[in-house]
Write a protein that binds this ligand. Sequence first.
Ligand SMILES: [Zn+2]
Length: 433
Amino acid sequence: MPAASEGYGAPTLGGARTSLSTLGAVPLSRSQGNSYASPEFRNRYANPESWDSEPGHKLDLWELQKALRPYQIDASVRDCGTEPAWNPDGLGIALEVRRNGEHVRASWRGLKRCDSVHACPTCNRRISLERAEVLQASVAAHRSARGDESLLMVTLTNAHRHDDSLAEMRRAQPRIWVYVKGHRRFRAWCKAHGGLVGQVRATEVTHGINGWHPHQHVLLYLGEDVSDTAREELEALVFELWCAGTIKYLGGRHLPTREHGVDVRPCYRDTYLCKMGLGLSMEIADPGTKSGIGLHRSIWQIAADIVRYGRPEDIALFQEYCAAMRGCRQLCWGRGKNDVRAIYGVTATEHREPEGEHWVFASLSEFEWSRIAEAGAERECCRAAEEAVRGSPERWRRVRNRFQLKSKGRAAPPRAPPLPETAGVLTITFGGR
Ligand SMILES: [Zn+2]
């Protein structure tokens, strides 16, 4: 990634602020808070129709990751997927292809991963899928144990202005929730409704005309079904306590309105994963959709806009977000006896046995990998290998000759599937990890 390591990509001290001068953004004083957006930029928010709306093609995660690399403020995120990982098993870097029915997918194995859910699109997707699986399993187990209406989704927000600090607000909100949860009136309400079995909380952040809008989604696992009346009662109570906590931990000007401050509703099957930040957040980054652009954009919509328009304001927002979200957990489960994962014995199936067929198309030395990376041909190799598995090996032959990929195979495990005959490539079967 030679281009990425220059210019905007230079490591920045102290997060977003230092790097902004290189982007032509005007540095603002501390008292002006975190709003790097110019007045013109904010005006554009008010008038979504003025935004360019060329349909553009849908970005895939890998393209998004690559395009964001120059703007990443953390070196580990910048290098994610570009450098060899330490491999105690000596398997090195390999191009793998999996086929499951019609679905063929190639990927690189043995590269360093940053594991950043906030800044890295590919790691976000990988980790979110694992966590979504755990969350879904816990919800299903709780529904069957305690009833369909025993789960509540609580959404908590605060009033904010364009010059409020994202870092400050996103740190204060969990503290306010702890205050609400620990209050005797909240505990009494839970006790009257079968007790609070567990909870899981997520922080969601969007950005709009009034700046950053961090809010909390808390999924409450209650001991029994909750009626509509009881739910409304809880909403009024949580609103009261949330306001008291806001004054205590964030300040009076962040007091929410009754309308927007607190929302308690049943946990709908189709939306709770999205609310907990594990849904199809990447699909929202589809630049073809205009919804949400005018008022609130998610971080992946901002990221997609960086790729499309390269506006310095968007870059500044993205970097500010990455700095402010450092150390923020994606999901915060109840602890000890309130950890529903332990209660229902649900865990992520790590190192899942790959389904379907599985090939290793090439096994590379670091030097060979660096040649592919320097040529920016990582994705091309994947596409070529996928085509080979689908039955047209010409492109793969060209790629193989271009980078002189040689066979470095290991013996195939006995249960490995046969190689696709048409591929005509060195294929080493690799399974069981
Ligand atoms: Zn990553």
